[in-house]
Design a protein around this ligand. Structure first.
Ligand code: SAH
Length: 539
């Protein structure tokens, strides 16, 4: 009978976090070999197997014993906490086998069973600190020379990896974590978030949020994993979070918005992308590339210099560069007012700056994209100039006419009330309300998702225009003469219904066509005599 080696990672230590296969493997084994504490942790799964437990430092003899027993025909479970392939027993078992000339085809069978490693279990307790490129470094210099460990810390620190430090400290090894901190501080700010997780998912679990400067003032031991954030990691409500992307992008009412693919692919949205290098900063990067000795760090610094300019100072800027967010919002002079004052234009120039983007859109507003770490300040400045601010994205926008330069002013308060109550609210898809102050509707209210036209002291209501495409059409008139004291609440209810029942990404006209009736207003099926084929974007 041929034996088998089952090299098992049993996860952080709690029963729920062991994989099904690991559980089975322990149960189907004849012998369990592992470090004492580990054997205790899986005690519940032991059903009469022989147990060989040894001390911490006897890893090699454990591996040798496991191989010997397997060669005698036993099914041997070699257990490691976390994952057996991460500073665990998997490598050692193979090394012992190889030493003996073992071959996959003819030797004892080996199965390595994956488990949740400390970097993952600890991350889950901290929030989402890993998220981006990360590495693990073990500070144990029992089997690895310290100068190599030092080099790895240095490299990871420089390259802005999130770092999970395993084996940070033990009774006798106390200096390593101090040295690690010293190296990290050469490249990262003292207030870089650090999470200390001890005994994740075990009885004496503890989670501490601290920073690079303060971390040694807390207890760190053999059962701690030290999670070092990268330059953009932040704390929020006792959670440690690393943003997924290099820059965070947000607008007024959504703190984090994923960029839509077409936005992401725009060059101005990704100044750091490789593609950019052969255009805007080609000369410098070519020079750097020509210098074969240039390190990645130098190339990156060169890139940052080209993007941010000399003024930022390049010394350590690669790492210390504060990660700004792109704040996105829309501005206009007002609901009815279409005129910018010179002072407003100057304020726009000031807040948008050299780095920002100001885009004139079809929605009667400028869309601003401003790299900033202080969006509140931007809002403050714009509000001081009486700008009307609204978020961008799948939100409601109101496009009103200019009410004949304010002459036909009777319905302006209603437009303003709708803006006040509904402007900027999030919806399944962007929705535009057109609001025109007389029956001429010269600003095209009937061509918006919802059209409101003031006429003879009351309001006409149009729903479901298709605003673009070869088969574009106006909205259907669903009511005439809605009383002024009714109009705002009627519109509010329609929008509410769309918010509740619209499918994600469903345009209002499609929604109206699908549900057939919104707030009692019926959809009329008017099929044009010629069948108009819809054209896709770019057709
Ligand atoms: N194979 C294991 C790592 C073994 S090295 C794994 O993949 O997780 C031992 C180190 O792992 C400890 O010093 C500690 O840094 C980390 N560690 C293991 N289990 C842990 C737990 N439950 N909580 C926190 N850290 C843990």
């Amino acid at each position: 009978m041929k034996g088998k080696l089952l090299v098992i990672g049993f996860g952080p230590g709690s029963n729920e976090h062991i994989t099904e296969r690991a559980r089975e493997a322990i149960q189907e084994s004849d012998i369990i070999i592992g470090y004492k504490t580990y054997v205790e942790l899986v005690e519940e799964l032991v059903t009469g197997q022989e147990i060989i437990s040894t001390g911490m430092t006897e890893e090699v003899s454990r591996a040798q014993e496991a191989v010997r027993q397997a060669e005698l025909g036993k099914k041997v479970a070699v257990i490691s906490s976390g994952d057996a392939g991460v500073y665990g027993m998997a490598g050692l078992v193979y090394e012992v086998l190889i030493e003996k000339g073992w071959k996959k085809a003819t030797g004892v069978e080996v199965e390595v069973i994956p488990g949740i490693s400390a970097i993952n279990s600890c991350a889950s307790l901290l929030g989402a600190p890993v998220m981006h490129d990360a590495c693990t470094i073990s500070l144990s210099d029992h089997l690895t020379p310290w100068d190599l460990i030092e080099k790895r810390i240095e490299a990871a620190a420089q390259a802005d990896f999130v770092i999970a430090l395993y084996n940070p400290k033990s009774g006798r090894r106390t200096r390593q974590i101090l040295e690690a901190q010293r190296i990290l501080l050469k490249y990262r700010s003292p207030d870089t978030p650090v999470g200390l997780v001890k005994s994740a998912y075990r009885e004496r679990q503890s989670v501490v949020m601290t920073n690079l400067k303060e971390m040694l003032n807390h207890e760190i031991g053999m059962l701690t994993t030290v999670m070092i954030g990268n330059a953009s990691t932040f704390f929020y409500d006792d959670l440690m979070i690393t943003p997924r992307g290099y820059q965070r992008k947000y607008t007024l009412n959504q703190t984090e918005q994923p960029l839509k693919p077409h936005q992401r692919l725009q060059k101005n949205a990704e100044p750091w992308a490789l593609e950019q290098f052969d255009t805007s900063i080609s000369i410098k990067s070519e020079e750097v590339a020509a210098n074969v000795k240039a390190s990645t760090r130098e190339i990156a610094e060169e890139a940052l210099l080209a993007i941010f300019g000399e003024s930022e100072g390049v010394e350590n800027s690669f790492i210390k560069q504060p990660i700004q967010s792109i704040f996105e919002l829309a501005v206009s002079p007002g609901v009815a007012n279409k005129k910018f004052t010179p002072k407003q234009m100057m304020t726009l120039v000031e807040v948008v700056g050299e780095e920002g983007v100001m885009e004139y859109t079809q929605d009667h507003h400028f869309k601003l994209q401003i790299p900033t770490s202080d969006p509140d300040r931007v809002i403050e400045k714009l509000k001081a100039e009486q700008f009307l601010l609204s978020p961008v994205g799948d939100v409601l926008t109101l496009k009103a006419c200019d009410f004949c330069e304010g002459e036909k002013k009777d319905s302006i308060p209603f437009a303003e009330e709708i803006q006040e109550k509904l402007g900027g609210i999030e919806l399944p898809k962007e929705l535009k309300i057109g609001f025109n102050g007389c029956g001429m509707a010269c600003y095209g209210a009937v061509k918006e998702d919802i059209g409101i036209v003031y006429r003879k002291g009351a309001f006409d209501l149009f729903l479901g225009a298709k605003t673009a495409g070869r088969n574009a059409h106006s909205g259907q008139i669903v009511a005439e003469g809605i009383a002024p004291d009714q109009i705002v609440s009627v519109v509010e209810k329609i929008v509410q219904e769309f918010k509740e029942k619209g499918y994600p990404n469903e345009r209002f006209y499609k929604f109206f066509k699908r549900v057939k009736r919104v707030q009692g207003f019926e959809y009329q099926d008017i099929t044009p005599s010629i069948k108009i084929e819809a054209a896709v974007c770019g057709d």
